[in-house]
Design a protein. Structure first.
Length: 81
């Protein structure tokens, strides 16, 4: 059983949840700048957890193709760094 997308905790998770829920891959081109984000803050950590969950169970009403979207993988890599 898949879960619903969580509520965002800041601009990074908001941009990700919006892109996934609306199916707008083009919105990842304007992903928030990560340089000022708190590496241990709830916003960035939630966004990473969402990215990882796409590989496990996925989310309700989110296209499973997002799992291997090149722009999302690039954004995830930037968040991990």
């Amino acid at each position: 059983m898949t879960a619903a997308l969580p509520l965002p905790r800041g601009p990074i998770s908001y941009a990700l949840v919006s892109a996934l829920s609306q199916g707008r891959r083009d919105s990842l081109h304007t992903f928030p700048h990560l340089g000022q984000s708190d590496a241990f803050g709830g916003d960035l950590q939630l966004a990473l957890q969402i990215c990882y969950e796409l590989h496990y169970r996925g989310f309700e009403a989110v296209d499973p193709e997002w799992e291997w979207d090149p722009d999302l993988i690039r954004a995830r890599g930037a968040m991990e760094r």
